[in-house]
Write a protein that binds this ligand. Structure first.
Ligand SMILES: CN(C)c1nnc([C@H](N)S(N)(=O)=O)s1
Ligand SMILES: [Zn+2]
Length: 249
């Protein structure tokens, strides 16, 4: 799995973490999430050599997240996944040390306070990422359009147009129950600017759909040795005294 700098100098709010359920603190002030995603803002899907990203037009407040633990409105800029080479592991966060085969991240930035992602990524309250665990089970009909696009971006730096995709179809039925804590991006620049919102309820995808994720490559078309894009997750980081709050008892 991707390690990168094991620790960020002075980093005391790194992600991902293990969510110890019995140590999470119920907070009745936590509101339900409010997502408003416009499928028309979906632009392209590309392989960045770590994962594959579906990118949205974030020049206006058309696809937004508010509510939950957030005080401001956040704009969706992209979503991506982390997964393992086997169904036994692959997620970045764990729940009482339980690993899931994959994890979806929907990345948003604070458009009430900042005018660009690049600005927001440096600020404490700059980003909000929704994490959703994936389990292997029945086929996810909404995911299939995305799975069908993956062979076209097999290699690092390949990109294709990808439009009219509603990321809301990837959220679990129940988005009221979540854990939230202050952490960081899990790939470089690892900046400690993320309010994490990890869904309690997972979504199901089929074994075959997940197998297509694993057919992607870390390597570009020019490289002699092709490496399967698997285990693109960071290991859990120390909690360093942080409290994980829950929106449910
Ligand atoms: C620059 N952006 C949007 C990101 N940088 N790192 C990201 C990580 N993949 S994660 N897992 O969202 O922290 S997302
Ligand atoms: Zn991620």
């Amino acid at each position: 799995m991707w390690q990168g700098p094991l620790a960020v100098p002075g980093g005391d709010r790194q992600s991902p973490i293990d969510i110890v359920v019995r140590k999470s603190v119920f907070d009745s002030k936590l509101k339900p999430l409010e997502t408003e995603y416009d499928p028309q803002t979906c632009q392209q899907i590309w392989n960045n050599g770590y994962s594959f990203l579906v990118e949205y037009d974030d020049t206006t407040d058309k696809s937004t997240l508010k509510g939950g633990p957030l005080q401001d409105k956040f704009r969706l800029c992209q979503f991506h996944f982390h997964w393992g080479e086997s169904n036994a592991w692959g997620s970045e966060h764990t729940v009482d040390r339980r690993l899931f085969p994959a994890e979806l991240h929907l990345v948003h930035w604070n458009s009430d306070k900042y005018s660009l992602f690049e600005e927001a990524v440096m600020e404490d309250n700059g980003l909000a990422v929704i994490g959703v665990f994936l389990k292997v089970g029945k086929r996810h009909e909404g995911l299939q359009k995305l799975v069908d696009a993956l062979p076209a971006i097999r290699h690092k730096d390949s990109i294709v147009e990808f439009t009219r995709f509603d990321p809301g179809c990837l959220l679990p039925a129940n988005t009221d129950d979540y854990w939230t804590y202050h952490g960081s991006l899990t790939t470089p620049p690892l900046t400690e600017s993320v309010t994490w919102i990890v869904m309690k309820q997972h979504i199901e995808v089929s074994h075959d759909q997940l197998a297509v994720f694993r057919s992607l490559l870390f390597t570009s078309a020019e490289e002699e040795v092709q490496k399967s894009m698997v285990n693109n997750f960071r290991v859990q980081q120390p909690l360093r005294g942080r409290t994980v709050r829950s929106s449910f008892t």
